[in-house]
Structures are given as C-alpha cells and as structure tokens.
Design a protein around this ligand. Structure first.
Ligand SMILES: [Zn+2]
Length: 209
C-alpha cells in the first residue's frame, strides 16, 4: 500500500494558521487509507469540525474574559487534555468530589460556618435562620457608588422554608428569589452585562469623516 501522505500530497502542505482546514481534509483521507467505513469517517469529520468550532469559541471566551464562562471552559479544557493524552479521568472526578462540601447536621451544604442564627422557643424547639455565601459588587465611577449585594439563605421560621437569594442595592429594600425567579434574574443581568461588553467594544469608534 502506498503511504497516505503520498496519496494526498496537497493536504499535508500545512501553512501557518492553515492547520485546521488541512486537518479536516487530511483526516478523512487518512481514515479511508486504513480502510475505515464511511460512517466512521463522517463521525470523525464531524468531531474534528466540532473541535475547531469549540477551539475558536474557547479563544473568544478567553479574550472576552467572562469569568463565569471561563470557569466552565477551563474545566472542559482540562477534560479535553485528559482525553487527548489518554490519561484516565478518575483523578479529575475524585478532585471534583473532594470539592463538594459536607453539610453540618441541620444545615445546608452552603451554610457559612457560624453565620446561621438559631432561635430557641419556649417549648424547646429550635428554628434556624440559615446564611449562605454573599456576593457584593461596587459599581463606582470614583465619585458615586452603587453597591449591589446578593446572599443565599433560608429560614425555618417561614412557612416556606425553601432557600432564597436575597438581593438589594445598598440600603434599599431587597428582593427575594426562589430558583425559578433567580433564573430569570440571571438571564436579565447576563444580557445587561453582555450589553455592557457591546458598549465597551464600540465606544472607541470615532465619528465617520
Ligand atoms: Zn445553616
């Protein structure tokens, strides 16, 4: 059998920055050369194309620096590296499980140690107000500041003891969200931040002559 490279001389001429198109052309030819069937070739081609799109997306996310997306992409990048090098995924899974915290008796896994406030009643019953992580963002132009904060909590004194996220600007009256409502808030704020990124991208554009 002649070599695969000899069969496809053009596909092996890789110019700088031309690796991906070359890979897409070379890979099916290489698989055909070793007698792979068309179903496998089509699947492999699709996976390479997916990888190229993912790689481009990854570069875009890193350039934009969206921390929430970065967290996911960097984790996926780790898994991709493990697959590419043939290393077993078990150490990664073990590491992820170790990160998951254990809950103290009567508390949520997310309760901040020492932050929950138990209330003891005359009949001996103890009902606890649980406090979880709190995030703050100081939006400031140097002169004025809008302080946004959000905190996770639940209260056994409430009829509805489900966890809620409380959110407010500075000392203003806060809002409370269950998971469904919080999903809408996250979408809304996500679109707002995407809008800020758009404004940032275009703000240096001068007036047309
Ligand atoms: Zn608690």
């Amino acid at each position: 059998m002649t070599s695969i490279i000899a069969d496809q001389p053009q596909a092996t001429k890789v110019e700088p920055g031309q690796l991906e198109p070359s890979l897409l052309a070379t890979m099916p030819a290489a698989l055909r050369g070793i007698g792979a069937d068309e179903v496998l070739i089509a699947r492999a081609t699709q996976i390479v194309a997916t990888g190229i799109v993912y790689d481009t997306w990854l570069t875009g996310v890193r350039e934009q620096g969206n921390p929430r997306l970065l967290e996911i992409t960097e984790s996926l990048g780790l898994v991709v590296d493990y697959l590419a090098t043939g290393r077993p995924l078990i150490p990664l899974i073990t590491a992820a499980e170790r990160v998951a915290p254990a809950a103290a008796p009567g508390h949520h896994p997310w309760c901040v140690a020492g932050a929950c406030r138990p209330e003891r009643f005359d009949d001996g019953e103890v009902l606890t107000e649980h406090h979880g992580p709190r995030y703050e963002a100081d939006v400031t132009d140097g002169a004025e500041t809008i302080q946004l904060w959000a905190e996770l909590g639940s209260d056994e004194n409430f009829i509805d003891g489900r966890a809620q996220v409380f959110m407010a600007a500075g000392k203003a009256d806060g809002l409370a969200f269950h998971s469904d409502e919080l999903d809408k808030v996250i979408n809304e704020l996500g679109e707002f931040v995407d809008g800020l990124r758009h404004l940032r991208r275009v703000m240096d554009q001068g007036r047309a002559a």
